[in-house]
Design a protein around this ligand. Structure first.
Ligand code: XIL
Length: 358
């Protein structure tokens, strides 16, 4: 009954239009009374998480408090990437990543590891390795994956093993791993991660499955083929850095394509740009806030329509708008504003998960 009333209340507020009710965000020009809900994001039927930085965790008490209140999953935005972890072959700096893991353990949160291999985070010493020596590159890749997965074994539940292996046209992306090892670097990376931690849940992660049908097909085909070859791949991560003009049908199509491979589906880096053209003078208007609210709602609804045992969860790519990787545009892509207040996007999620609980 409570759920029903909350839904009804949200609906009535939406139906009121934009004249007298501010549904939660504090647009740049101020704002009025936020909507109320007793629910939090982690009431969703799957874990809801956030990408974090140790800097904000250590410097802003409000940051940790909000994460504890709303989330039950956590990911390092940067501190588990290769260029952050490894300064020389066999040498690692674990501090930042360990800090995030301890916070998660203290607060009973799941940790999703991001990302073992990513073309944009190659350690300097790897870039200096001799080109074309396939055996050496396999050895180095194995050593790196084994060291990192072993270090976090038992604490990190799941990993993005390979991030962004394909171009938008579905071709293999040229990366140091691909260029020096060949297509089977992907199978090998998953095998090495699995050998290091047989309990870890292993993901292929990428962006653009919502807007590129070529990429969507290629990823589905490749993951299916990997499973047929016996490669331990357990899930597909859809980054979903979308914008307010992205269509609901594309979100649904990408989530369904991933689900049709029979694996877990993680919306792994969700944010919704409000200023994709990067207009320096853009502002966060009420109209934009409402469009963004719909995008958040549609995505959660789409993930909730696939079989429940395949719903791995949603990770938002940051907590509050002003810390987001998009904020310089300027942009306002997240469910919380710079005052750590709930925006309409937040209530879009609540609407989606409320319906599911009735
Ligand atoms: C981004 C971080 O948010 C930035 O802070 C960093 O400077 C670059 O990487 N796809 C990914 C993420 O898989 O790792 C990226 O994160 C965003 C795009």
């Amino acid at each position: 009954m409570k759920m029903f009333l909350l839904t009804l209340l949200s609906f009535m507020l939406l139906a009121c239009g934009t004249t007298d009710v501010d549904p939660g965000a504090r647009p740049e020009n101020g704002g009025t009374t936020p909507e109320e809900t007793e629910m939090v994001l982690k009431d969703a039927p799957f874990p809801v998480g956030v990408a974090v930085t140790p800097h904000h965790m250590k410097s802003e008490p409000r940051y940790n408090a909000l994460i504890k209140k709303e989330m039950n999953s956590i990911t390092a935005e940067n501190h588990m990437k290769m260029s952050h972890l490894s300064s020389a072959r066999g040498e690692y700096t674990w501090d930042g990543a360990d800090y995030i893991v301890s916070f998660a353990k203290e607060n009973n949160m799941r940790v999703h590891g991001h990302a073992l291999l990513w073309h944009r985070s190659i350690a300097d010493w790897v870039n200096e390795l001799p080109k074309g020596d396939r055996e050496l590159w396999i050895e180095v890749m194995k050593e790196y994956i084994t060291d990192v997965v072993t270090h976090f074994k038992g604490d990190v539940l799941s990993w993005d093993v390979v991030n962004e292996a394909f171009n938008d046209d579905g071709s293999w992306r040229s990366t140091p791993w691909y260029d020096n090892i060949g297509e089977d670097y992907m199978d090998l990376a998953f095998q090495f991660a699995h050998e290091a931690d047989p309990d870890a849940i292993l993901f292929y992660n990428d962006y653009g499955m919502e807007y590129s049908t070529a990429k969507r097909s290629k990823i589905s085909e490749e993951v299916t083929a990997m499973i047929e070859r016996g490669v331990p791949v357990h899930g597909i991560g859809l980054q979903m850095h979308i914008d307010i003009y992205s269509t609901k049908s594309n979100m649904v199509a990408s989530i369904n394509a991933a689900a049709s491979c029979g694996v877990l589906v993680h919306v792994s880096e969700f944010d919704v740009r409000t200023n994709p053209d990067e207009d320096k003078n853009a502002t966060f208007t009420e109209e934009v806030a409402q469009k963004q609210r719909e995008s958040y709602q549609y995505m959660f609804e789409a993930l909730m329509t696939i079989p429940q045992h395949q719903q791995f969860g949603v990770t938002m790519w940051g907590l509050v708008d002003n810390h987001s990787w998009l904020s310089d545009a300027p942009d306002w892509g997240l469910p919380f504003n710079k005052e750590y207040e709930r925006k309409p996007a937040y209530y879009g999620i609540i609407d989606a998960i409320t319906v599911s609980e009735e």
